[in-house]
Design a protein around this ligand. Structure first.
Ligand code: ADP
Ligand code: MG
Length: 315
């Protein structure tokens, strides 16, 4: 549905995008994940035809975005990083304005009613946009993207600046849209793509460093399994016994302390479950384990691992 080939964008001397290629199949929800400055917004602005590329091509449903921007734009609903909301319009006026701008042919009242229902902005339709909360504004931004019922939806950091309840609502909305649309959403939050997306494309410093199905991404980057374990007893003794457990590859103290216990970060070989041997080793020495949880790979960990792998394979 979306085909991005060898996309490069240079600002002065800075390569904001460097030979970026990926495709998105019809009906997929793809997460475009990367830290601030990675090139996410640049890529999305190019894909949607709002920014030119230095080189490379983008096709949406077979239509070249640079050769035929008007046709391509009809297929895409876009929520930019800063949605172009007119502060002095009411929500209804604004959506009507976007409807005209997009030269939408669908039944006006029915279509706008439907979008307001889906995005849950029915109750603020007569309010001025400048008086809306951030959460409602974001939903109005999503509503304008949906006008014309485009098959492709592109959201640039849709949950930035929202509170946890609003984030959950927007994620649910995106998940629902994903049932009937092809969606790309960008984010710098790993858990966001985990919970919403079928596939994850990771970008770092303008380059794609991973492109995997969501369920594979953790395996692709995780060399072993990491647990955070809270154990009572003197730090040095506990550390030494932990290191003797077969399958343990690394032990660190996290710095978290609670009266007589410390938290240890324990890494183990891939495919080895150290939880039972850990229990037996500690109980033999009378060191109660009072907490155990699998440590989440942070986005930073994943980037470090991915860029390391990249460098190694380049050699
Ligand atoms: P992201 O959305 O992932 O945070 P951006 O696409 O906004 O990243 O930016 C990628 C890089 O390109 C950054 O280093 C940014 O400073 C640079 N950049 C983006 N837009 C411009 C511009 N108009 N002029 C110069 N540099 C830019
Ligand atoms: Mg951005």
């Amino acid at each position: 549905m979306i085909e991005i080939k060898n996309l490069t964008k240079v600002f002065g001397r800075k390569h904001a995008l460097d030979d970026v290629s990926f495709t998105v199949e019809k009906g997929e929800i793809v997460g475009f994940l990367g830290p601030n400055g990675a090139g996410k917004s640049t890529a999305m602005n190019i894909i949607t035809g709002y920014l030119s590329s230095t080189s490379g091509t983008v096709k949406v449903a077979g239509i070249d975005v640079f050769e035929d921007p008007d046709e391509a734009k009809k297929l895409i609903g876009f929520l930019p990083e800063q949605p172009p909301l007119y502060q002095d319009m009411t929500v209804s006026e604004y959506l009507g304005f976007v409807y005209e701008l997009k030269k939408c042919k669908l039944n006006r009242k029915k279509h706008i009613d439907e979008i307001c229902k889906v995005t849950k902005i029915d109750d603020v339709r007569n309010r001025l946009i400048k008086n809306l909360s951030k959460g409602y504004r974001q939903r109005v931004g999503i509503a304008q993207a949906l006008i014309g019922n485009p098959p492709v939806i592109i959201f640039d950091e849709p949950t930035v600046g929202l509170d946890p309840k609003q984030i959950i609502e927007i994620r649910n909305l995106i998940r629902n849209l994903g049932k009937t649309h092809t969606v790309i959403l960008s984010t710098h939050i790993l858990s966001e793509v985990n919970s919403v997306c079928d596939r994850i494309v990771i970008i770092n410093e303008g380059r794609i460093v991973a492109d995997e199905k969501t369920e594979n991404i953790a395996n692709a980057v995780r060399k072993g399994t990491v647990y955070n374990v809270k154990i009572c007893g003197p730090q040095r003794d506990v550390m030494n016994s932990l290191r003797e457990i077969s399958g343990v590859t690394r032990v660190d103290v996290t710095g978290e302390r609670e009266i007589d216990s410390y938290t240890y970060r324990i890494e183990s070989q891939q495919g080895v479950d150290i939880r039972k041997p850990l229990f037996y080793a500690m109980s033999k020495q009378g060191r109660p384990i009072i907490g155990l949880e699998a440590a989440q790979s942070s986005l930073e960990d994943i980037f470090v691992q991915l860029t390391e792998t990249g460098e190694r394979s380049a050699k």
